[in-house]
Design a protein around this ligand. Structure first.
Ligand code: XMP
Length: 318
């Protein structure tokens, strides 16, 4: 009879036995899975754990600071925040192809992470938030259907790092991980956060990535997400996101003609992200969000809402 409490107790024991007196490193993504894993490992072995949280420059508005505060102040995790945004943006300069973006973002993360590990040879283990569906997907990715999108959650770090893996939630589904997180005292607003992809806003700019575009998209995203929260719609959708389209169109602002970019909004309902329906958000809500974006975000003069379902349309645009 599975309960979050019994899972936590037996897992803590397993981690202690396996790790002994060795040190464990854990990359935090700002998501629920890695946070639950770090908290579990921390309960098991205390400060033998070292967490790393990397700012890849592709996070949401204020995300790096807010999440770091949560890790340090609420969860008391031993975490080192590393601002590597310049390095990521430099490596991504001029890149348009979505898969190429993913590879570069993944490799840059590994470089940054590797430097931390190398400076500290005493790490023996790497803790990861691999979930059961990730395990299944990575197995099926090896089949003839090949990769649709390379989610680098599984097996992302190179073997020469010589770290043994600690994957305490690899037999759990997302809702079970959320329950474990609640039981561990992780705040509810964090537990209920929508999924956010590792490559972040990088795969929501449908062209090459620049600082200016990131700044625009962060404002659009912040308006959409904060309005969903304010109108109590956030928990009704499985995931919501904004994309910056490489399309400019004509508008009028006062007596001036504008020629600016288009923002796409997408919200979906889903159980597991494998299939999804576009969320039928109330029209007055969409009208309000659209008005705010066009009035407040200089550089956007048009907003469209994505009404495609998965399949065939994936949740992300890239
Ligand atoms: P798609 O777009 O494939 O997305 O329908 C399904 C879910 O996976 C997330 N996603 C990613 N997560 N790295 C990640 O960690 C990725 O490269 C990636 N691509 C998509 C997406 O946000 C959605 O929740």
């Amino acid at each position: 009879n599975w309960t979050a409490r019994s899972f936590i107790e037996s897992t803590i024991e397993e981690i202690r036995t396996r790790v002994g007196n060795d040190r464990v490193i854990c990359g935090l993504s700002g998501g629920v899975d890695s946070t639950v894993v770090a908290t579990l490992v921390h309960e098991a072995i205390g400060d033998q754990l070292q967490c790393i949280f990397v700012d890849n420059g592709l996070l949401r508005k204020n995300e790096f600071k807010n999440v770091l505060d949560l890790y340090e102040q609420d969860l008391h995790l031993p975490v080192k925040g590393i601002d590597a945004s310049d390095r990521f943006l430099k490596n991504l300069k001029g890149v348009v192809d979505p898969e190429e973006k993913r590879v570069i973002i993944g490799n840059t993360f590994i470089e940054v992470f590797d430097e931390e590990v190398e400076g500290n040879n005493d790490f023996k283990f790497l803790a990861q938030g691999t979930l059961y569906p990730d395990v299944i997907e990575s197995i099926s990715f090896k089949g003839p259907s090949a990769t649709i999108k390379s989610h680098h959650n599984v097996g992302g770090l190179p073997e020469e790092m010589n770290l043994a893996l600690v994957e305490p939630v690899r037999e759990l589904f997302k809702d079970e991980v959320r329950n474990v997180g609640r039981e561990l005292g992780i705040p509810e607003h964090f537990i209920k956060r929508h999924p956010f992809p590792g490559p972040g806003l990088g795969i929501r700019i449908i062209s090459d990535i620049t600082q200016d575009k990131l700044d625009l998209l962060r404002e659009v995203d912040d308006i959409f997400i904060s309005e969903l929260r304010k109108k109590d719609l956030y928990d009704d959708v499985w995931q919501a996101l904004a994309v910056l389209l490489p399309v400019q169109s004509v508008g009028v602002m006062g007596d001036e003609r504008t020629y600016e970019f288009t923002a796409g909004l997408r919200a979906v309902t889903s159980v597991d992200g494998m299939t999804a329906d576009w969320a039928h958000l109330p029209h007055p809500f969409l009208a309000h969000v659209s008005n705010r974006i066009i009035n407040e975000v200089r550089g956007i003069n048009r907003v469209v809402y994505d009404i495609s379902s998965k399949p065939p349309s994936t949740i992300e645009w890239e």
